[in-house]
Ligand binder design. Structure first.
Ligand code: FAD
Ligand code: NAI
Length: 468
């Protein structure tokens, strides 16, 4: 085997640590530098803690409906401190696991802040450490941070960022959520389930911009049922504390108003993070949105410097960063790999859940693609009825000429799990007929996807479709 390459990775989130492990598996000499916590945003203050709290909210929500099954659960009580402790325990197990894996793979981990000195050297600073590391390759995996808007600095008391929202010391009575995107809706609905009244202020004309509008309509209907108030085309201007209340000044289509609440959660997006990284020393310049531009092999314009994860562009999702980490590791190790994916699934843990992969109908129209769609409602699924979750549907979008599946969008029970089959179908170039002809076990939720694929050809069995 050839001599191992020395590789320094900056950032140990799901992009950086996955890249480190794969590089070690491929025989390289790897160092990871992390300034805060192993596991990055995802494991510490993102995907994992949010999904833990959301699971707790869903359990309480479900208990509230159990009487229809003849089960009465009285006096359900929530101990917020215990909930937060439980969540921290899960985070601890996973981040400890990442540390263990890095150690087992003989990856050197340095806890400190890294900056690039030259294309072949990285400086690490921490308490008592100021070290210059020589390296063959550098992988930048520094992630992203939440965007602050004027008038709503994150003090994590009155105004929570997502991080504050994941470690509550109480369940707010009325929370104003600024931004009706991924985090605003996931955490907003979670707090609603735990007992808060929620008002969401969204700048655009609907929740979850960019997502399939038929799916979003179902989510918006469900928000209404939950008495979550969604104010669209609305901008928060600032707030004042008056006693134990916060007065949020908002600008709406109809004029200005004040919304009184006792907590603000501001979730208006995230921006790539490269502060203090020394990019200028190697001539790297982020684009106008702050992302580093990379080629299909995850190389920046400096050939031995790679960028992966949130810093390397949209979508800012953990699994996209991990995939890029695997590609960068293979390329550094001399393998002929490249980031050539047909689709990236997205999952949103709202209630009901939403998931999508591939193009939306709007995107198909922009590309001039003629499509046929088929949908199947969960209300017609025996499995959905048996778990009392019949809200939602699956939509399959297929090319009108070739029948190739171009997109699958769904909202309903467990769709965040169901989407994996659709991703595989698109990745393998399957047609909607392939999906329709695949036997799906009964009674299960994925049958809805099979029926949606049948519906593309007007052949769904468990709903009536008018003959064409
Ligand atoms: P990060 O995870 O941000 O890791 C970057 C790391 O680099 C950090 O640990 C940081 O401390 C470190 N770092 C930065 N600069 C330096 C430096 N100079 N020196 C040393 N270390 C440095 N995505 C999903 O796919 N599914 C979800 O369900 C999901 N839920 C989310 C929920 C919330 C509340 C949030 C905030 C995000 C969520 N995301 C989710 C997004 C996901 O967390 C990110 O896409 C993912 O963490 C990006 O991975 P990364 O490795 O690029 O960056
Ligand atoms: P987002 O981009 O999903 O949503 C931000 C929302 O705020 C948008 O709807 C936008 O129109 C709105 N907005 C922007 N400025 C505003 C203003 N001044 N006033 C009112 N509304 C305003 O960003 P979010 O929710 O902060 O999440 C960041 C990213 O983290 C996501 O885009 C996603 O990549 C990732 N994430 C993924 C999750 C998942 O995969 N389940 C869960 C949570 C986050």
């Amino acid at each position: 085997m050839s001599n191992p390459r020395k590789v320094v990775i900056i950032g140990a989130g799901p992009a950086g640590y996955v890249c480190a492990i794969r590089l070690a598996q491929l025989g390289q000499d790897v160092t990871v530098i992390e300034k805060d916590f192993l596991g990055g945003t995802c494991l510490n203050v993102g995907c994992i803690p949010s999904k833990a709290l959301i699971a707790a909210g869903s359990l309480i929500d479900k208990l509230g409906h159990a009487s229809a099954m003849g089960i009465s659960v009285e006096n359900v009580k929530l101990d917020v401190h215990k909930l937060v402790e439980w969540k921290a325990g899960i985070v601890g197990k996973l981040t400890g696991g990442v540390g263990g894996l890095l150690k087992a793979h003989k990856v050197q981990v340095i806890m400190g802040e890294a900056s690039i000195e030259s294309a072949n050297s990285v400086r690490v600073k921490a308490q008592g450490i100021d070290e210059l590391l020589k390296t063959d390759d550098i992988v930048i995996a520094t992630g992203s941070i939440p965007i602050e808007i004027p008038g709503f600095d994150f003090d994590e008391k009155d105004v929570w960022s997502s991080t504050g929202g994941l470690s509550p010391d109480r369940i707010p009575e009325h929370m104003v959520v600024i931004g009706g995107g991924y985090i605003g809706l996931e955490l907003g609905i979670m707090y609603q389930k735990l007992g808060s009244r929620i008002t969401v202020l969204e700048a655009t004309d609907g929740a979850l911009p960019g997502q399939d509008r038929d799916c979003v309509k179902i989510i918006q209907r469900s928000l209404k049922k939950r008495k979550v108030k969604l104010m669209t085309e609305t901008f928060a201007q600032g707030y004042e504390r008056r006693g134990d209340k916060l007065h949020v000044r908002v600008k709406t289509k109809k004029g200005d108003e004040v919304v009184e609440c006792d907590q603000i959660l501001s979730t208006v997006g995230r921006r790539p993070y490269s502060a203090g990284l020394g990019l200028e020393k190697v001539g790297l310049k982020p684009n106008e949105r702050g992302f580093l531009t990379v080629d299909k092999q995850m190389r920046t314009s400096v050939p031995n410097i790679y960028a992966i994860g949130d810093i390397a562009g949209q979508p800012m999702l953990a699994h996209k960063g991990s995939k890029e980490g695997l590609v960068a590791a293979a390329v550094i190790s001399g393998q002929p790999d490249e980031y050539d994916v047909r689709c990236i699934p997205a999952v949103i843990f709202t209630a009901p859940e939403m998931a999508s992969v591939g193009f939306t109908e709007e995107q198909c129209a922009e590309k001039g693609l003629k499509v046929v769609t088929g949908s199947f409602p969960f209300a017609a699924s025996g499995r959905a009825m048996s778990i009392m979750e019949t809200e939602g549907m699956v939509k399959v979008i297929a090319d009108a000429e070739t029948d190739e599946i171009l997109g699958v969008h769904m909202v309903g029970p467990e769709v965040t799990e169901l989407i994996a089959e659709a991703a595989l179908a698109i990745e393998m170039g399957a047609t909607s007929e392939d999906l329709a002809r695949t036997i799906h076990a009964h009674p299960t939720l994925p049958e809805a996807m099979m029926e949606a694929a049948e519906a593309v050809h007007n052949l769904a069995v468990h709903i009536f479709q008018k003959p064409k």
